[in-house]
Ligand binder design. Structure first.
Ligand code: ASP
Length: 328
């Protein structure tokens, strides 16, 4: 009997000493959620969006496939989405009521819980890179406005003139908003465009990042959920989330953190947790979507709108989708 106990104890010690089994890396991205019917989208526009999403998947997947970290993978996936004029992040961002582009971004590393965020920054070509510098090269988590731009300059990050961020489509959206006095919501056409990524690396590390221009015709230094750690972005040792949608409601639901808490404490799957929090947000009056990964590699790409630009990359390949009922 005592010999059996010894053998079991030895086996247990051995199991604890063994390195964690390598994970199957996985990357999810989104390019914003909103209302748009498949019938209203031309084949050419669809192809453009799909190509841009795929480019981001390739950039992020290359990092994971080479054994890189989830943190590097989400950074690599967001940069081309910020550089694309198609998305409401970096170049192509929506306009404030005063006709400016004010950019928000955040990033979080699950294992270390290190996080960085920037709000209301102008001229910075890639706000996600600035958020990452805040995380790694400053003693702070969240910088906003002129101070964040000053930090970007100190860090030698690339700045662009205001004209670089401007697209006619977003400018026209602002003119329509100013005429009607209505602030666009996730239920309106043309509200798509915030970008986000979550990744699981071969070492089991998780990370999340999100970047946006916020909402058309925003005023008074409005910040949404995207740069608020726990609302639009969250990663811990068990789960990573990036959100898009009516930011005010995602903040009030602490959406990204709530999803990970449901997974960790209530034993919910990523799909169940995402559905629960999106239902909570809908009950408050908001719509949107989330991408979620847990440490077991379970994924959810869920939305309460008609569509969400989204994509998934793993060892089996890459897949992108826009409307409901399409995979992934
Ligand atoms: N959540 C973003 C914000 O409120 C906008 C969006 O995702 O469409 O700033």
């Amino acid at each position: 009997m005592s010999r059996l106990v010894l053998v079991l104890a030895a086996l247990l010690l051995l199991a604890l000493a063994l390195p964690l089994p390598a994970r199957e890396p996985l990357l999810l991205i989104h390019g914003g959620a909103g209302t748009l019917r498949a019938a209203d989208m031309t084949a050419a526009a669809r192809a453009e969006y799909e190509a841009a999403l795929d480019e981001a998947l390739v950039a992020g997947w290359q990092v994971l496939a080479a054994g890189g970290s989830a943190l590097d993978a989400v950074t690599a996936a967001i940069v081309p989405l910020e550089d694309s004029p198609l998305f409401n992040a970096g170049r192509g961002a929506v306009f404030t009521a005063e006709g400016r582009n004010e950019l928000d971004a955040s990033i979080m590393d699950g294992a270390s819980r290190a996080a960085g965020a920037v709000g209301g920054v102008r001229w910075v070509r890639n706000p996600v890179l600035l958020a990452r510098r805040v995380m790694e090269d400053s003693p702070h988590v969240f910088l906003a406005g002129d101070g964040a731009v000053e930090f970007a300059i100190d860090q030698g990050l690339e700045l662009k003139p205001a004209s670089w961020f401007r697209t006619e489509q977003r400018w026209e959206q602002l003119q329509r908003s100013l005429l009607t006095g209505a602030l666009p919501t996730a239920a309106d056409q043309g509200r798509f465009g915030t970008v986000g990524a979550v990744a699981l690396d071969a070492a089991g590390g998780l990370a999340a990042a999100t970047s946006t221009g916020g909402t058309t015709a925003k005023r008074w230094g409005r910040l949404g959920d995207v740069p608020v750690i726990g609302a639009g972005t969250w990663a811990d040792e068990g789960c990573a989330v990036s959100a898009t949608g009516d930011g005010e409601y995602f903040i009030r639901a602490a959406a990204a953190h709530a999803i990970c808490t449901r997974i960790a404490l209530a034993g919910q799957s990523p799909d169940e947790a995402a559905a629960g929090v999106l239902a909570e947000i809908r009950a408050l009056g908001g719509l949107g979507g989330v991408i979620v990964l847990d440490r077991a590699g379970r994924a959810s790409l869920s939305f309460s709108t008609e569509g969400m630009y989204r994509g998934r990359a793993d060892a089996a390949g890459r897949e992108v989708a826009i409307f409901g009922g399409e995979g992934p």
